[in-house]
Write a protein that binds this ligand. Structure first.
Ligand SMILES: [Zn+2]
Length: 146
């Protein structure tokens, strides 16, 4: 388990750098909580209820075998009980949504959008991950025209 941005995949790092800079410019400085994770740490996190997936993007991802995910918290929220997250975007501190939207603007997938439906999924407002280019829409358009 590490916090170094050097652990991120080279194609993901520029999005993260831009995201962190944009948040700072918006008056929302962040602290990085987690970047990469090894299998043993992930297994321990699942056992402890801190994570719930064996397919975490924090684990080494091909082709570079580096992390494609980052966990961060607005510094202003670190002193708030339960980090100000109450299960949904609507009921939580607005700074989570502000951070999430800045991450999405930089092309990342935001865990705050994930449905709170344990054990299958949980919203994870501090989590951002690499979003691969999605070609399915293009394929559907082509087949609709054909
Ligand atoms: Zn995460």
């Amino acid at each position: 388990m590490g916090k170094s941005l050097d652990a991120l995949a080279s194609y993901f790092r520029p999005q993260v750098d831009s995201f962190v800079a944009d948040c700072l410019a918006a008056g929302l400085p962040l602290t990085i909580e987690d970047t990469d994770r090894d299998q043993a740490t992930q297994a321990a996190d699942i056992a402890a209820g801190r994570s719930w997936t064996t397919h975490s993007k924090h684990l080494p991802q091909p082709p570079e075998m580096r992390s494609e995910a980052i966990d961060c918290v607005p510094m202003a929220l670190l002193s708030v009980k339960q980090w100000g997250w109450y299960g949904t975007i609507e009921t939580s501190d607005p700074r989570w949504l502000q951070m999430g939207e800045i991450g999405e603007k930089n092309g990342m997938e935001w865990g705050g959008r994930w449905p709170n439906n344990p054990p299958h999924s949980r919203s994870d407002p501090g989590h951002f991950q690499f979003k691969p280019p999605d070609n399915s829409e293009t394929v559907q358009e082509v087949s609709a025209e054909g």
